[in-house]
Unconditional design. Structure first.
Length: 145
């Protein structure tokens, strides 16, 4: 298991123990902040994308962990309010009982625990204000301020 995958499982373990749902957007922002503010190199490269900082490698790792049976991906259809047309899926990730045991240092656990319970709009606002260079292509920039 690659280093970043270990920490992804750790984040999902903390979330499950705290009874917090981890959406794709929340996971991207929490891992981004772990790298930027805890100065942990988890091996992910973030680029400005539709919802702020995004790492394709992180997304790929989640799906690799799913293939291994360690992560369950739940998808909820998102429909256009006016037409009812399907416009996409809201994804949530959950660690499974098959996942290996994860041992993390207290600083990591404390940092992640704090970020997981922040309301998503507040987390996005924080990231967008502190790291504006990652919001260049955002589709939601105007909606979170």
């Amino acid at each position: 298991m690659a280093g970043g995958q270990y920490y992804v499982l750790g984040i999902l373990r903390i979330a499950k123990d705290s009874n917090v749902t981890v959406t794709a957007t929340r996971l991207q922002k929490v891992v981004f902040l772990v790298e930027k503010e805890l100065n942990r190199d988890l091996g992910y490269e973030f680029i400005p994308y539709y919802f702020g900082p995004f790492s394709k490698e992180l997304q790929d790792d989640v799906y690799e962990l799913k293939k291994e049976g360690y992560v369950e991906v739940k998808e909820e259809a998102v429909e256009d309010i006016i037409t009812g047309a399907l416009v996409g899926f809201k994804k949530a990730y959950e660690i499974t009982d098959n996942a290996p045991s994860i041992s993390l240092d207290d600083e990591f656990v404390r940092f992640v625990s704090e970020k997981l319970v922040v309301p998503l709009n507040d987390l996005l606002r924080y990231v967008y204000i502190k790291y504006p260079e990652y919001t260049a292509h955002s589709l939601i920039k105007d909606k979170i301020f």
